[in-house]
Design a protein around this ligand. Structure first.
Ligand code: CP
Length: 290
């Protein structure tokens, strides 16, 4: 089976095909493409968007969906992750969608099962379907990323979304600037800055990120307010510049982005969520039919 554990699992042509499907699926109509197919969602970490988005995507394509409740599963009785996956695979799903707090889990599981594995986020490593829906959202507005500059702002070192976004955006021709305090910046060959205003002056779009305190080994700020003082996206920093504001969610309101900016027409947070269903429909159709 074909898997999606990393953005690099898909070629540019394959992504273009998925986006062609996704554009059709934006009409939110129910279709028959995956009738008779079985999709299992297994999320070992919390999720609002990704899990419901995959379930809705599968149902809009008429697939059957099983959501395994991890807290009530036999993992709690000591069953290993691999046995859990092998047992689910034995029930004949076409795809298992997995989220886990450890990097690399989806890739390892892909070697143990016959069905395709989709990574719905693994530790601080990858969130390929979020990267794809972010790319799709940018391409809806810009047509091409060639010559565009995108600033990624915040806790980049702990962000699987940033890793997926960076790989895809640069592959599609964008310049990427990383913006954050030193403790949030990864080792990178990309340009970095601590100066949000300066980055915004040079950028066509901003991806703001949530500070992921749950992944921090040592506290990085006295409080999120200290982060907000320098890195919150406010009307005052974006002024009336022609710039797009995105965030994968969940947003820390008035820490990552001001209420006012969340309501601004340049803010695409809910467009990302709407596009997420269509892009995941495209991904499911592409992986299952190939
Ligand atoms: N963007 C994202 O992955 O959100 P959830 O954690 O709610 O799925």
């Amino acid at each position: 089976s074909k898997h999606l554990t990393h953005t690099k699992d898909l070629s540019k042509n394959e992504i273009v095909t998925i986006f062609k499907y996704a554009k059709e699926f934006l009409d939110e109509k129910k279709r028959d493409d995956l009738r008779g197919k079985l999709i299992i969602n297994i999320f070992f970490e919390n999720s609002t968007r990704t899990r419901s988005s995959f379930e809705i995507a599968a149902k809009r394509l008429s697939a059957d969906v099983v959501n395994l409740d991890v807290n009530r599963s036999s993992t709690a009785k000591g069953e290993t992750l691999f046995d859990t996956a092998a047992n689910l695979d034995a029930m004949g799903p076409d795809t298992i969608i997995v989220r886990h707090n450890r990097s690399g889990v989806p890739k390892i599981l892909s070697k143990y099962v016959k069905c395709s594995i989709i990574n719905a986020g693994d530790g601080a490593h990858q969130h390929p379907t979020q990267g794809l829906l972010d790319l799709f959202t940018l391409l809806q507005k810009f047509k091409t990323l060639e010559g565009k500059t995108i600033a990624i702002v915040g806790d980049i070192r702990n962000s699987r979304v940033a890793n997926s976004d960076i790989e895809l955006f640069t592959r599609f021709g964008a310049n990427v600037i990383l913006v954050g305090p030193p403790q949030f910046l990864p080792k990178t060959t990309l340009p970095t800055t601590y100066n949000l205003k300066e980055a915004i002056n040079h950028s066509d779009a901003i991806i703001s990120l949530r500070t992921q305190t749950e992944r921090h080994k040592t506290p990085t700020f006295a409080s999120l307010k200290d982060y907000a003082e320098n890195f919150k996206i406010t009307k005052e920093v974006i002024k009336d510049k022609d710039i797009l504001i995105m965030h994968p969610g969940p947003v820390h309101r008035n820490i990552d982005i001001d209420d006012e900016v969340l309501e601004d027409e340049r803010c695409l947070v809910l467009n990302q969520v709407k596009n997420g269903v269509a892009v995941r429909m495209g991904i499911l159709k592409f992986l299952i039919e190939n």
